[in-house]
Design a protein around this ligand. Structure first.
Ligand code: FAD
Ligand code: NA7
Length: 454
């Protein structure tokens, strides 16, 4: 019997288990599927932790999400086409839910497809090697008794052999941490966005934020919303350029810090109390043999992956969700269905030259992208290509593409108001109702509060 290892039970790993389960229910022999998850629960980044630094087992904390995190894109753009928001919540809900609501949705489908039985929680994959002669992978895994504390926890190391490995460990957990002159003697806190948990900590403080992408944008807004005295965002290349609310401003790159004074490349300076490095993440797979490791910056088309999924150097190894993301859950589903069919031999792979040519064609197409709308179109085309290969149920991709474009315009119109807009589902047509409280005024991110009608 074929053995398939899935590493990680976040949205990608759960999508993979769901895809196999769908095939199994259709009477297809999928072999044995084992999912290894180092945390005690599923959901990946959506499984909130207050911890920073190390987890209960002394491992680097995986979580990068923070309190008061509302979806940064319309939920309609990530809807599972085989498990709609209407089905999960029993009726329409607004388009920008907080984290707990999306966690509930992800878990809802995983429960419905009954995939928890395939997951070994509190089990980290430590090493993956490939045996050329046997054409199999050997995984070394470490498991713990679920425990609140690392101290005294029993651990077990074991090895197991698999025919295929699917890596679904995410790529927004290992921070990219630059250093600037003066950091070592800065008298306040310096942290990476990976360790940001609660904006309330910075109430009354003057904050400096480095970066000009999603984390910088959202953490700046969060911090001001929950009471920061001022937020200065410094950009390396170009400003985000949104119409920031009072108290938030953008300045050119940081040159150095002297005491608590931050100096910028245009010669200006500001006194700040804390510095948050929203400087992105690294793809990091320390558990994989170097020859199996994907090495890439964060972009929309990492090389070396046929259809963005199959490791061309060894097609028995597959990766999910390694792209930068406009599309998330529905793209992960389409990838997982493709990965499943490759593993089961239902989707024949072309020879190595043809796979490389396909990757090269996508990379050339990506190299020609020169606008945000072009990026949205690029990832839409990628998802469309995946959809054509699978039996993952269709959804209105053109509508999702249009939603992303509208969403970008909404952000330009009002960076504090875009989350109050409503979008139509590409699966059911249901339009998200207007939220009962505008996002800027809403301080409670609980599921109960969000779902309260009126
Ligand atoms: P993850 O969610 O990272 O899950 C990976 C899993 O693998 C984890 O459970 C981890 O414990 C496990 N794992 C890792 N290493 C091992 C190992 N060695 N052994 C065993 N298990 C292991 N997307 C949206 O659609 N909307 C949003 O609003 C949004 N906001 C975001 C905000 C932040 C701050 C960040 C960082 C990301 C956000 N994202 C958002 C994108 C997010 O990446 C995806 O939604 C999604 O979580 C990716 O799923 P994944 O399964 O690839 O990875
Ligand atoms: P991103 O989107 O990868 O962006 C990283 C940002 O960090 C980007 O603006 C970079 O600047 C900036 N950066 C990187 N290195 C430096 C240094 N050395 N100095 C200053 N600025 C730097 O990561 P995010 O965390 O924003 O988003 C990741 C996910 O989390 C995303 O899916 C969201 O949904 C949440 P650049 O623009 O290249 O000049």
């Amino acid at each position: 019997m074929s053995r398939i290892a899935v590493i990680g039970a976040g949205p990608c790993g759960l999508a993979q288990l769901h895809a196999f389960e769908q095939a199994r229910q259709d009477g297809i022999d999928v072999g044995e599927v084992v999912c290894f998850e180092k945390q005690s629960d599923w959901g990946g980044l959506w499984n909130y932790t207050w911890r920073t630094g190390v987890d209960a087992h002394g491992d680097p904390v995986h979580g990068s999400m923070y309190r008061y995190l509302w979806s940064n894109g319309p939920k309609e753009c990530l809807e599972f086409s085989d498990y709609t928001f209407d089905e999960h919540f029993g009726g329409p809900i607004p388009s920008f839910p907080p984290r707990e609501v999306l966690f509930d949705y992800i878990a809802g489908r995983a429960k419905k497809s009954n995939v928890r039985q395939f997951i070994r929680f509190d089990t980290a994959v430590r090493e993956v090697t490939f045996d050329d002669a046997a054409q199999t992978f050997t995984l070394t895994v470490e498991s713990w008794e679920a425990a609140e504390s690392w101290e005294g926890t029993e651990t077990t190391l074991s090895t197991e052999v698999f025919d295929h490995v699917i890596v679904a460990t995410g790529h927004f957990s290992t921070p990219n941490v630059p250093e600037y002159p003066g950091f070592a003697t800065f008298p306040g806190r310096i942290l990476h966005s990976h360790d940001f948990r609660d904006a309330v900590e910075f109430a009354g403080k003057n904050l400096l934020i480095l970066g000009s992408s999603y984390s910088a944008e959202d953490i700046a807004l969060q911090s001001r919303k929950y009471g920061a005295a001022s937020v200065t965002i410094c950009y390396r290349n170009a400003p985000m350029g949104f119409g920031w609310p009072d108290g938030i401003s953008e300045v050119p790159a940081l040159s150095h810090v002297e005491g608590r004074t931050a100096h910028f490349c245009d010669g200006t300076s500001r006194d700040v109390d804390a510095i948050i490095l929203c400087t992105g993440y690294q793809h990091n797979f320390p558990f994989l043999d170097p020859e199996l490791r994907l090495v890439t910056p964060n972009n929309l088309y990492p090389g070396g992956l046929y259809k963005g999924v199959v490791w061309t150097a060894n097609p028995k190894l597959l990766y999910l969700g390694m792209q930068d993301q406009f599309y998330t859950f529905n793209m992960f589903d389409a990838q997982a269905f493709v990965a499943r069919d490759v593993v089961l031999g239902r989707l024949a792979l072309p020879d190595a030259d043809a796979m490389a040519a396909d990757v090269d064609a996508w990379l050339a197409k990506y190299a020609a992208v020169d606008s945000v709308e072009g990026q949205i179109d690029f990832q839409t085309d990628y998802v469309r290509d995946l959809m054509a290969l699978t039996d993952y149920p269709d959804f209105d991709l053109d509508l999702v593409r249009q939603h992303f474009v509208t969403w970008e315009h909404d952000k330009d119109e009002s960076i504090t108001g875009y989350r109050d807009k409503s979008f139509a589902s590409p699966c059911t047509g249901t339009v998200g109702p207007t939220p009962h409280t505008t996002w800027w005024d809403e301080l409670d991110d609980s599921l109960a509060r969000f779902l309260r009608r009126g």
